[in-house]
Ligand binder design. Structure first.
Ligand code: ZN
Length: 139
């Protein structure tokens, strides 16, 4: 596995917008239907807003009706780590970027076939790069 990305809180704050910092470093949740990507349909990849790791491809995005961008599978399951989150009345599975531990959202067992998984993301934890405008050298 690749090296972990570690930065101090002040360093993350300098790199991210206030909303991005609140979501990705403080486990915040943006309000449904307010984020940049819940209704976004371009072809391309969604990267971790913190460290740039490629997390999801637009081909795995689907309409969940929740108001948050939802995917049925990550680009590589090793890039999205799962952490059991025992909240007030229910246990949820939090998902974090495996490279930098940035909070992404939660994964639920009610997604479409074949994975039946719903990766419920915060737009503020993602940065989209369009396939048309972007080519990755050496990738
Ligand atoms: Zn990351």
């Amino acid at each position: 596995m690749s090296e972990k990305v570690r930065k101090s809180e002040a360093e993350w704050k300098a790199l991210l917008s206030e909303e991005e910092f609140k979501v990705s470093r403080k486990k915040g949740t943006e309000r449904a239907f307010t984020g940049m990507y819940w209704n976004h349909h371009e072809r391309g990849t969604y990267h971790c807003v913190c460290c740039g790791a490629e997390l999801f491809h637009s081909s795995a995005k689907y309409e969940s009706g929740t108001g948050w961008p939802s995917f049925f599978t990550p680009v590589d399951p090793a890039r999205v780590a799962e952490v059991v989150d025992r909240g007030f009345f229910m246990t949820r599975v939090e998902i974090v970027c495996a490279a930098c531990d940035g909070h992404l959202g939660h994964v639920f067992p009610d997604g479409p076939l074949p994975s039946r998984r719903r990766y419920c993301m915060n737009s503020a934890a993602l940065r989209f790069s369009s396939e048309e405008a972007h080519s990755e050298p050496g990738a």
